[in-house]
Design a protein around this ligand. Structure first.
Ligand code: ADP
Ligand code: MG
Length: 243
């Protein structure tokens, strides 16, 4: 993709050019307000780019609606999980299969159950989503996205607010998804975990892509340290990599 997007006077994205391949995890980092979520909103058709293109397997997606883009294979999770609280875990996951996956009836239910098992929520699919912990709600977000049968998965801060063990659990899940051949792009502020899993890291600042490369290289770039990490954070992160 290569996209630009503004809101009134704010340039949220300025010619951001990025791609992610099958079996790859692309990390996306940057300060709050740097355009990360807007990027996902443009890719998934929730917002229309002012300029540029979004392509999936060579097909132009610009102008298509969110459910069409999801049915073509781009699944996403939202930064703040808002499941339908009164509905069961299974029915929430089925929303992904029905609307994002274009599946019907028993097939949709099977896709939802498979996705729930994949994320570790396979037992008690009948319980209400309102009874889930934050970590479980994040897993349900993942299940809903997986139930649509994506080839590309966009994760918006799935690790935020979780404790170390919960982070590790979801990290392992994301690694499994990569092994299964999914292309994964993940926006994340939990840097030690991101650095552990990402094959490449993209850094946004003020709507501009300021760095892209291997995690260990990107964190050494002066522009990245100045705009986002700061000298102390850099030290912490390298500690997180076991250096
Ligand atoms: P991030 O996810 O990196 O924190 P966002 O993509 O949410 O950043 O926001 C990027 C910029 O665009 C911010 O200045 C934000 O205030 C602005 N913005 C995002 N969405 C909208 C919107 N729907 N309307 C107006 N401004 C928006
Ligand atoms: Mg965001």
């Amino acid at each position: 993709m290569d996209v630009s997007k503004g809101f009134g006077g704010v340039v949220a994205l300025s010619s951001v050019s990025l791609g992610v391949g099958a079996g790859e995890i692309l990390g996306i980092i940057g300060p709050n307000g740097s355009g990360k979520t807007t990027l996902f909103n443009v890719v998934t058709g929730m917002l229309r780019a002012d300029a540029g293109r979004v392509r999936l397997h060579g097909e132009e997606l610009g102008g298509r609606r969110p459910f069409e883009i999801c049915q073509r294979g781009i699944g996403r999770t939202f930064q703040i999980p808002r499941p339908f609280a009164h509905m069961s875990v299974l029915d929430n996951a089925m929303v992904g299969a029905l609307f994002g996956g274009g599946q019907r009836g028993a097939l949709a239910e099977r896709a939802a159950l498979t996705a729930l098992a994949q994320v570790g929520l396979g037992d008690r699919p009948e319980r209400p989503a309102a009874s889930l912990t934050l970590a479980e709600r994040k897993r349900l977000e993942l299940a809903r996205a997986l139930a649509s049968g994506p080839s590309v998965l966009l994760l918006d801060e799935v690790l935020g607010g979780l404790d170390t063990a919960e982070v590790q659990g979801i990290v392992e899940l994301v690694l499994d998804l990569r092994s299964g051949g999914l292309a994964v792009a993940m926006i994340e502020h939990v840097l030690p975990a991101l650095m552990q899993v990402a094959d490449r890291v993209a850094v946004l600042a003020g709507g501009t892509l300021i760095a892209l490369g291997a995690p260990g290289e990107v964190v050494k770039e002066r522009s990245v340290i100045e705009s986002y990490l700061g000298p102390r954070a850099r030290f912490t992160m390298e500690g997180g990599q076991g250096r």
